[in-house]
Design a protein around this ligand. Structure first.
Ligand SMILES: *Cc1c(COP(=O)(O)O)cnc(C)c1O
Length: 233
């Protein structure tokens, strides 16, 4: 995409693309939402995107969320953590994050729960599924999901699991990317058969700037867009 475009122009371009994909595959475009990923972009960029109606913003580092939160404190932004969260960093962001999409261990869930309990606050989370073999990728092993959800449901009180998140393999092989998304959707369908208190799997956060088209075809309800929306730095 032309790098001189404004965020609004990029948004319109993306939106048209989503509409076309949906028409082609028979989904409704209002079933798919965009989570703007503002990591590495400025607070001005965030405010520009806010003018387009975006309220939630994804970030992957606690430090960056914290400094942006402070700079934009009265701007009514809902911060979504999409990166690996270390338990010793929870305290830095717990007071103002709206959602965590990168839940990947029971220990993290229980640590989050302890903080939430003290604040009498409930947090929506998604479980991140590791669908590709790259060692740099975090996430739960697909085969562990069901027992993981049972444990979360049994041992936490202030966490609501609302869906699954994945990052597809970084590859030009479209089929391989599709498999990552397909597996995540299959897991969501399997896990939804169990009736677990505080687990209500409705969201599939998958697809980024380079693969959101495939993700929508495979059932994504939320696509996480950084560079395609904000531009290449
Ligand atoms: C950075 C990031 C994105 C957005 O990536 P783009 O390719 O810039 O759209 C989405 N999800 C996660 C988890 C990220 O870290």
């Amino acid at each position: 995409m032309n790098n001189k475009l404004s965020i609004q122009e990029r948004f319109e371009f993306i939106n048209n693309k989503i509409i076309k994909i949906c028409q082609r595959i028979g989904r409704k475009e209002n079933q798919i939402s965009i989570l703007p990923v503002s990591k590495n972009f400025t607070c001005n960029n965030i405010q520009e995107a806010q003018l387009l109606g975006f309220k939630r913003f994804g970030e992957n580092r606690t430090q960056e969320i914290h400094s942006k939160y402070k700079e934009l404190i009265n701007k009514n932004i809902k911060w979504v953590m999409i990166g690996h969260l270390q338990k010793n960093k929870i305290k830095d962001i717990i007071e103002y994050i709206e959602e965590v999409q990168s839940l990947d261990s029971l220990e993290l869930a229980q640590n989050l729960n302890n903080y939430l309990q003290k604040q009498n606050k409930t947090l929506n989370v998604m479980v991140q599924i590791k669908t590709s073999p790259e060692p740099s990728k975090y996430g739960l092993n697909p085969s562990d999901l069901i027992s993981f959800l049972h444990k979360i449901s049994d041992t936490t009180t202030h966490i609501k699991v609302i869906g699954l998140m994945t990052i597809a393999e970084l590859t030009s092989d479209q089929n391989r990317i599709r498999e990552c998304f397909r597996l995540t959707r299959k897991l969501l369908e399997q896990a939804s058969k169990y009736n677990m208190p505080s687990v209500n799997l409705e969201h599939l956060s998958m697809g980024m700037s380079n693969d959101f088209e495939i993700a929508i075809e495979e059932g994504a309800t939320e696509i996480r867009l950084g560079s395609s929306l904000f531009g290449n730095r």
